[in-house]
Design a protein around this ligand. Structure first.
Ligand SMILES: [Zn+2]
Length: 456
C-alpha cells in the first residue's frame, strides 16, 4: 500500500516536472514573441516587395517566391509548393456615373470579384433602391426589369466581425437575386465601416441566375446616390471591362518544424490578396503571424512530439482554391491532423480563444485557456468554425482553436486600397504571435493522445 502511494507520488511528481518544464517553455515563447519585431518586418517586406497578389496574377507568383524565401530564412524544414489551379479574372476599366442635367457625376465603385462586364456601350438605367435582401426578394420582375438595383444596407461596426456576418449575404446573394428578377446591374453600398471614398470589393455567387454586372460603391458614393434617389429618383451609367481569363497552374506553400511523430498541428493563413489592395491586414498580417509563430518555435531548438506545419494558402479570396486543393492532396492524412488554427482577421489583439476541441479533450482545453490567459485572452465559446481555409479540415473532424481577434477597425480597410501598412496594430501583431506560438507548442508537445471530433 505504502509502495503504491509512493509510486503514485513519484508519478505525480514526474507529471509536475513535465508540466513545469512546459510552462517555462511556453512562458519563454510568449516573452520572446512580445518583444520581437519580426512579424512587423515580415508584413512590411511582403507589402513593399510584392504588393497586391491576386489569384492567377503575376503578383501572386512573386508572392510565392517571397514565401519560399521567407520560410527558408525562418529556418523551416520541408519548404515546398503544392499544385493548385487558380481562376484568373481581371476587372478592367470601371466607370460608374450619376446622371445629372449637366455633367455626369463620378461615383467611386469597384466590381465584385468575378463580375461580368458591360458591353462597350455600357448600361444606363434608372435606380431602384432597396435596404435588404428581403426587400429585393419582395420585388416583382416588372418592377426591376432593365433597372439597376441599388442595395443600400449599412454594415454595423463590431469587435467580433458579427456586423460583417450580418451584411455579407447582400454581397454573396444580392447579384443573383437581382439577376433572377431581370435587373440590368447590381450596385451595392460596400461592406465597409469607414465613411470614406475607397470602395471595398469581395466575392459574390451568381448561382444559377443570369449574370449581371455587380459592383460596390464607397460609403460616400452610396450616401450621394441615396440622397438623390430619396429626392425623387436617379439614373446611373455603368461601364465595366471585367472578364474572365483561363485558369492558371500555381501553388500554395508549406513549411514545417518536424516533430517526433507524423501527427500534424497546422497553422494557416492566405498568401493571396484582392487585386486592388496591398492586403496588409488581409492577409499580410495572418501570413506574418503564423510564420513568425513557427519561427519562434524553430528558435527553441527543441523537437516537439508532433510536427508543426505552416500552410500559406492560395486564392482564399476568389474561390478557396488552396483550401480545397490541400484537403484533397492530404485526404489520406487528415486523420493525423490533430489541430488546425487560421489567422485571417488582421492584426488586432486576440480577445478570446474560441474552443473547437470537442467533448473529449477537456484537459487540453483547460491548458489552452490557461496558457493564453496571461496574454489577456479570455476563454471563448465552443465552435466548429475557425476560418474558411481550414474549414475542409475542421468539417472532417480535425480539432481547432480559434483566436478571436478584435475586428473593430478591420472592416475600415478590408478588401480596399486602404488596406496598407499604416493600419497595422503592431502591438496586436506581437500578441497574436505569442498566442499562436504558445498554443501550437502546447498542442504539438501535448503528452496525451488528442481526440478527433465527429465529421460534420
Ligand atoms: Zn482574408
Amino acid at each position: 500500500m505504502r509502495a503504491r502511494r509512493a509510486l503514485l507520488a513519484l508519478a505525480l511528481c514526474g507529471l509536475m516536472t513535465v508540466a513545469l518544464a512546459a510552462d517555462k517553455t511556453l512562458d519563454t515563447l510568449q516573452q520572446r514573441a512580445l518583444q520581437d519585431a519580426y512579424a512587423e518586418g515580415l508584413v512590411t517586406r511582403l507589402i513593399n516587395e510584392v504588393g497586391p497578389r491576386f489569384s492567377g496574377s503575376e503578383g501572386y507568383e512573386r508572392a510565392l517566391i517571397w514565401a519560399f524565401r521567407s520560410m527558408e530564412d525562418a529556418g523551416f524544414k520541408n519548404v515546398h509548393g503544392e499544385p493548385v489551379i487558380q481562376p484568373r479574372w481581371v476587372r478592367g476599366a470601371t466607370r460608374v456615373e450619376l446622371l445629372t442635367d449637366n455633367e455626369p457625376l463620378p461615383l467611386s465603385a469597384v466590381a465584385l470579384g468575378g463580375s461580368v462586364g458591360t458591353d462597350a456601350r455600357g448600361i444606363e438605367a434608372e435606380v431602384v433602391r432597396v435596404g435588404s435582401l428581403e426587400e429585393l426578394r419582395a420585388l416583382k420582375p416588372a418592377q426591376l426589369r432593365g433597372r439597376i438595383v441599388f442595395m443600400d444596407l449599412s454594415m454595423r461596426r463590431s469587435s467580433d466581425a458579427s456586423g460583417y456576418g450580418e451584411a455579407y449575404p447582400v454581397r454573396a446573394h444580392g447579384p443573383a437575386e437581382a439577376g433572377r428578377r431581370g435587373a440590368a446591374a447590381y450596385l451595392m453600398r460596400n461592406l465597409s465601416t469607414a465613411a470614406d471614398d475607397a470602395p471595398h470589393t469581395g466575392s459574390t455567387d451568381y448561382e444559377d441566375a443570369p449574370r449581371i454586372p455587380a459592383l460596390a460603391l464607397s460609403n460616400l458614393a452610396a450616401d450621394r446616390l441615396a440622397a438623390v434617389v430619396k429626392a425623387g429618383g436617379a439614373s446611373v451609367a455603368i461601364h465595366l471591362d471585367a472578364r474572365e481569363l483561363g485558369a492558371v497552374n500555381s501553388a500554395y506553400v508549406v513549411g514545417e518544424l518536424p516533430g517526433k511523430s507524423d501527427e500534424i498541428v497546422l497553422l494557416g493563413a492566405h498568401l493571396d490578396s484582392w487585386d486592388i489592395t496591398p492586403g496588409a491586414e488581409d492577409d499580410g498580417a495572418g501570413v506574418a503571424i503564423v510564420t513568425a509563430a513557427l519561427r519562434q518555435l524553430v528558435k527553441l531548438g527543441k523537437k516537439p512530439r508532433r510536427t508543426i506545419r505552416v500552410v500559406l494558402y492560395a486564392n482564399e479570396e476568389f474561390g478557396l482554391s488552396g483550401a480545397k486543393a490541400y484537403a484533397e492532396a492530404h485526404a489520406g492524412e487528415l486523420g493525423r491532423h490533430v489541430l488546425a488554427m487560421e489567422a485571417d482577421l488582421g492584426s488586432g489583439r486576440v480577445l478570446k480563444l474560441m474552443d473547437g476541441l470537442g467533448e473529449n479533450n477537456a484537459a487540453l482545453r483547460a491548458a489552452a485557456f490557461a496558457v493564453v490567459a496571461p496574454l489577456g485572452v479570455a476563454p471563448g465559446e465552443a465552435t466548429r468554425h475557425g476560418g474558411s481555409d481550414i474549414a475542409p479540415l475542421t468539417a472532417a473532424g480535425v480539432p481547432l482553436l480559434g483566436p478571436r481577434q478584435d475586428a473593430s477597425r478591420y472592416f475600415d480597410v478590408h478588401h480596399s486600397a486602404n488596406d496598407t501598412l499604416d493600419h497595422l496594430d503592431r502591438a496586436g501583431l506581437r500578441q497574436n504571435v505569442a498566442v499562436y506560438a504558445s498554443l501550437a507548442w502546447l498542442v504539438a508537445d501535448w503528452p496525451q493522445p488528442i481526440a478527433r471530433l465527429p465529421a460534420e
